[in-house]
Design a protein around this ligand. Structure first.
Ligand SMILES: C[S@@+](CC[C@H](N)C(=O)[O-])C[C@H]1O[C@@H](n2cnc3c(N)ncnc32)[C@H](O)[C@@H]1O
Length: 237
């Protein structure tokens, strides 16, 4: 579908105004103001990343794993929740207590509205990564910022979506190491850690896993376009 077709289908206001915004290189999803993510309507604005298809795939794999391996009510943590898309989709499908963090207060305003609109109860926490959280989790999921500062990305992304949602130090690897470094303090005996990753980052993340969670299994999954985009770390056979 072209952007114009998308606007015609989903935009509820004056189409001419919407087309002007499109001509000013604004993403069509911000103009419409909402997206469908995993069957849920998620409000988006310039304070949150536009949820991507590959993140739906991450959620789908995670839901299948949980349904297969856990048969109890579980605790889930979504780190860097943005619009809340991941947390809301998991809460809808899984018998769970869901916690979600973000360093951006503005993102959390959107996430909280999305949780209300989707009739789910999520514990949103404004913190750095998982600082100050004393809870233990069965599942930790994150689509953190992972773009290296020197990577060329599309102007429409760079000029519209929040930089804090996109870029990370250490060639984009900063959050994977920070999350894994102390993760033992917040995981239960049996756990799943699910990450969305940049397509060249797997080998480095594997090294962090060896360093910080030696006795676990790491699996790489490709997205629908055949790119290495998801990593699952678990000690459940
Ligand atoms: C790539 S976006 C992912 C948003 C959403 N989870 C999704 O998949 O669509 C990364 C998110 O991490 C948040 N973030 C950035 N730095 C953070 C930090 N130090 N601690 C917690 N969240 C952070 C950003 O505000 C942003 O919402």
């Amino acid at each position: 579908m072209t952007d114009i077709e998308y606007l015609k289908k989903y935009y509820k206001g004056n189409l001419n105004d919407a087309i002007k915004r499109l001509e000013n290189n604004e993403p069509v999803q911000y103009i419409v103001g909402e997206v469908d993510f995993y069957g849920n309507i998620i409000k988006v604005n310039k304070n949150v990343l536009i949820p991507r298809f590959e993140t739906e795939e991450l959620v789908d794999y995670t839901i299948k794993f949980i349904k297969d391996k856990f048969n109890k009510k579980i605790n889930i943590l979504d780190i860097g929740t943005g619009s809340g898309a991941i947390a809301i989709s998991l809460k809808k499908e899984i018998d769970s207590n869901v916690y979600a963090t973000d360093i951006s207060k503005d993102a959390l305003i959107v996430a909280k509205e999305n949780a209300i609109n989707n009739n789910v109860n999520i514990n949103f926490i404004n913190t750095n990564i998982y600082e100050g959280i004393n809870q233990k989790f069965d599942v930790i999921i994150s689509n953190p910022p992972y773009i290296s500062y020197d990577e060329e990305i599309m102007d429409i992304v760079k000029n519209n979506e929040p930089n804090i949602a996109l870029y990370a130090d250490n060639n984009g690897l900063y959050f994977y190491e920070e999350i894994l470094k102390n993760i033992k303090s917040i995981i239960n005996d049996k756990y799943l850690i699910a990450f969305e990753i940049g397509m060249t980052q797997f080998e480095d993340i594997k090294k962090y896993k060896e360093l910080y969670l030696k006795d676990s299994i790491i699996t790489l999954k490709k997205d629908m376009q055949g790119r290495n985009r998801m990593v699952f770390i678990t000690n459940i056979e």
